[in-house]
Design a protein around this ligand. Structure first.
Ligand SMILES: [Zn+2]
Length: 235
């Protein structure tokens, strides 16, 4: 999830510049980061954080129904817990990104801690899915000192989002409204197929929102692409 704990938010937001550097979607102070694709192409990317969870297959089913790809930013600890579901995401042809190993708040953590966590996630995801992630999404969208170097060493590029569903808190109609409203050329839409490290999280509102959102986006003429296709188009 991306709701920053209040105490952490207060500490991180001590200075306006620092707050922007830490959480601003367009900031790249703590490492290379992207948050949208080209405004010239009628394409956008659906992304799902915090999985795999027991409910990820319900999302995979909707994506399969419309034959559209998505990018799943998996949490290493959840991959260790549910390796078969992590692998099912890869087998279905979706892209997999790194969303840390233990979903920590990286503010005030040491560069060594940050690098060790990202590396462990990278190794876990590769071991269970065969995919070496190229994209990293920071838990809570929080970047910190040392993250840039860790990303560089692991060949990871940061990805934020252009619209976020807040689906850990809102109902499906609200989530749908936020994302339908945020849909535009090059948009990166953020949803969640898990809830941090929770076991058996209730993601029904997310699944419902996705069921409505995908046909609505296709109807409006958007092509749904993975983050790599959106940000690094081959043609
Ligand atoms: Zn998260």
């Amino acid at each position: 999830m991306d709701s920053l704990p209040a105490a952490g938010a207060g500490l991180c937001a001590g200075a306006a510049f620092l707050a922007w550097a830490v959480r601003g979607r367009s900031a790249a102070v703590f490492g290379k980061s992207r948050w949208r694709g080209s405004p010239e192409r009628r394409a956008l990317a659906l992304t799902f954080d915090d999985g795999p969870s027991e409910s990820t297959p319900a999302i995979l089913q909707v994506l399969a129904q419309y034959r559209v790809p998505a990018t799943f930013f998996q949490v290493g600890a959840n991959v260790d817990r549910l390796p078969d579901i992590a692998r099912a995401v890869a087998t279905a042809g979706h892209a997999i990104g790194n969303h840390s190993y233990a979903h920590p708040l990286f503010c005030f953590r040491s560069p060594a801690f940050i690098e060790a966590d990202l590396r462990r996630a990278q190794q876990t995801i590769r071991a269970h899915t065969g995919i070496e992630p190229e994209w990293f999404r920071a838990p809570y969208g929080v970047r910190w000192f040392g993250m840039g170097r860790a990303q560089q060493r692991l060949s990871l590029t940061g990805v934020m989002w252009s619209a976020i569903g807040r689906d850990w808190r809102l109902n499906s109609a609200q989530v749908f409204g936020r994302l339908a409203n945020g849909a535009r050329n090059g948009a990166i839409l953020c949803l969640h197929d898990g809830r941090e490290l929770q076991m058996r999280p209730d993601i029904n509102e997310t699944v419902e929102a996705v069921r409505r959102l995908i046909p609505a986006l296709l109807e409006r003429g958007y092509r749904l692409q993975t983050v790599s296709e959106l940000l690094c188009p081959k043609s």
